[in-house]
Design a protein around this ligand. Structure first.
Ligand SMILES: [Zn+2]
Length: 286
């Protein structure tokens, strides 16, 4: 009897400890956007999609407040792209097709400020990949630790010929020119940012050579932040994105993330889905 009481007290204690550890390590996640792209025909991005339809899409960036430090996942379009300056920084063709609507207040430094943070407080920046709408403001974070796949760094500096090597193509050289001495952690696969399983980097190549996504435990649930491994829900339905380093790897990564939805019950949040952003963006994830 006595030993049973001791055992149940111990179990109670362990549960209490477990509960407090879980809630202490749970990061808060804010979803924001570096302005919007569009409107343009969805078939411009997903050529196999059967019906033409105009879409306007977010340029997703994420602010993750973990007890051990503040993290930013992607830094959006370069600040120069905003307020009509697009053609000073991007190729005219990209400006004309994407039609970025970014204002100064949409840029990551101002988004951090709006939430009471500053760029100096950011401990780590995770880069999904080195395309123009994701790594644009890396230079605003000279003191942070930068988490990127090693292959993606190679590709950012020297893209494959078929992906275009123009200095202001999809990989805009001016975005990363000043970052040679930055503190990069050159990843080769998945990575547990704070060592507690609450914020995992997932290797999801295909869209680019070293693309990566994130799995985060927040607000009592698991979310998978795909960035460009899944642009929008039409990709989940099986219509491939029209811009890929490797279509084979793209589908492998897509299936990996879908399995997390189907087996773990994770919620998939996508980089460029206008409807999903309207529903859940511009606020803390609940
Ligand atoms: Zn993108």
């Amino acid at each position: 009897m006595k030993s049973r009481r001791i055992a149940s007290a111990l179990i109670g204690l362990l549960c209490a400890v477990g509960a407090s550890v879980t809630s202490a390590a749970e990061p808060k996640v804010y979803w924001t956007t570096s302005g919007f792209f569009g409107p343009f025909n969805i078939q411009g991005l997903i050529p196999t999609y059967p019906t033409a339809r105009d879409i306007t899409i977010p340029v997703s960036m994420w602010i993750l407040d973990h007890p051990k430090g503040l993290v930013v996942f992607d830094t959006g379009n370069n600040v120069a792209v905003g307020d009509g300056g697009c053609k000073t920084h991007w190729a005219a063709g990209n400006c004309d097709f994407l039609k970025p609507s970014q204002k100064r207040e949409d840029v990551i430094d101002m988004q951090l400020k709006k939430l009471g943070y500053s760029v100096d407080k950011v401990k780590a920046v995770v880069h999904s990949h080195s395309h123009l709408d994701h790594i644009g403001n890396i230079e605003m974070f000279p003191n942070a630790i930068h988490l990127i796949q090693k292959k993606e760094l190679y590709q950012g500096w020297w893209p494959e010929k078929f992906q275009g090597r123009a200095l202001n193509g999809s990989f805009v050289q001016a975005d990363i020119d000043g970052t040679r001495d930055f503190n990069f952690v050159e990843l080769e696969g998945d990575y547990d940012i704070f060592g507690d399983g609450s914020m995992m980097i997932l290797s999801t190549p295909g869209h680019t050579l070293g693309h990566q996504s994130m799995k985060v435990k927040t607000a009592g649930k698991t979310i998978v932040i795909t960035q460009d491994a899944v642009w929008m829900k039409e990709n989940l339905e099986g219509y491939a994105a029209g811009l890929n380093y490797s279509v084979q790897d793209y589908f492998k990564s897509l299936n990996r993330l879908k399995a997390m939805r189907d087996l773990e019950g994770a919620e998939i949040l996508m980089a460029h889905d206008g409807d999903q952003y309207k529903d859940k963006g511009g606020r803390w994830i609940k």
